[in-house]
Design a protein around this ligand. Sequence first.
Ligand SMILES: [Zn+2]
Length: 541
Amino acid sequence: MASATNGTATVVRGAIVTMDPRKPRAEAMAVRGDRIVAVGSLAEARDAAGLGARELGFGDGAILPGLIDTHNHMFWTGIQSRIVDLSRAASIADIQARIRDYAARHPKAPWIVSGEGWHVVNLKEQRYPTRQELDAACADRPVYLPRVGHAAVANSRALAIAGISRDTPEPAGGRIERDSSGEPTGVLLEMPAFEPVARHVPTLSHDDRLASLEEIQKTYHAVGITGIIDPGVNPETLGVYQDLWSAGRLTMRSVVMPLADSSRPPDEVMAGLKAWGVRTGFGDARLRLGGIKLFVDGGASLGTALMREPHPDERCNCGIQVTSTDMLRRIAHFCAERRWSLGVHVVGGKAIDLALEVFEEVDRAHSIRDLRFCLIHAYLWPSERNIAMARRLGVVVATQPSMQYTFGPILVKRFGAALMAKATPIRDWLDGGVVVGGGSDSPITPFSPLLGLWQATTRRIEGSDEAIGREEVISAEEALTLYTRNGAYLSFAEHERGMLRPGMLADWIALSVDPLKADPDRVHEATVRMTAVGGEVVHGG
Ligand SMILES: [Zn+2]
């Protein structure tokens, strides 16, 4: 008796790295429908696949479970490709040229808006442009250059539209930079400062958004990603995901985290969260709700991470606490009570301390142990106590080796190599028994998981041949675990993803090298020959 899911099977031959501790290696696997039906010898796989099965053979390299990025703003990365791209800007003159060029090519665009993935550290001047410099590139239309979710620069026109002037009071949880005469420079730090501008930026059409999300998935599949956690989506974005999903075109396994916007009044935020009738886990293997996402502090490369000690180059600046402790407590209580998971953006040590203390307090009222509350980034020096607490509370960590790679140079400059050796201490988290998922924070830092696998095993940073913190190096197998089994655990999907085992989803990739045997540098340069999601070839077919 044949049925649709019982159709033709496929045998995949090659050096199979299953990531299944019960059977780490195999020579073939059989796939039927969207599931793996056998993993073992070629004869076993052929037997399970039956007559008429198609065979895919990969001589060298390895077959691995599809890779999972546990912190990837996929929707946002897709949008980036449609606006002013500053990702390679090397000077303020460069930024001006790109604005002029975009403005000339889009004469009808009411606003000139850039992507978020640009970095002051890459600019010759080592500072943000001013509104006057943006005015020089385009003064007759508003220009808005947001950066990595924590900062933005606006030209005079955009500031005027938002009503930001010398008389605007400093917003709580944000900072409007001013010159010596008290006039805003155009630089706006943290959401409460730039939201009044961002609110006026016209949004792309629904069709444009749908198309950009569909396109970016293909780019991800080409580097081996089969699953992501998109941290911090609003209801509108969730709608775009749903439309792609219901059209059968969401090829990426996507776990989406609704963002709690803590710049709004607490009662409004709580009412918004309570309005969700669903909770973490809702959805299917393709599109699922993850935890609530909340920002606790700023970013390291921006000097707004919440630190235990002042930032060395800025006396008295210990960073910015974006969400009040009271609000964090209320949201964590809500999540524990309503069985939502919660992922908190915490970069600096003080933010990590604060989050874990609140989690522990909440746990005494309602256990959070099976909710997988998550520390996102957690990289400027989690303490031994933090690690022990996280383990006790079942708290997981989403880490981004590519962030260490990209921001390494500026952070070494700011904090020194000795301190940076202990940033992103993946070795310590793992030794402390904490589940750590790998990721990228794309579009902030590059999304290739091959870069991440390489960085975690070498601790290299951009523009240097030196390892920063050799004692935090993890093995190739541990690194792969971050992007497979642990990624599946952070995605609430370890029962069907992260391993190649009969019964699990047939999400796999064929890589040109075996990452468990090859020199790490070769992993970085490897190519993904084929990617399949649920048995369907989505790259390299
Ligand atoms: Zn992020």
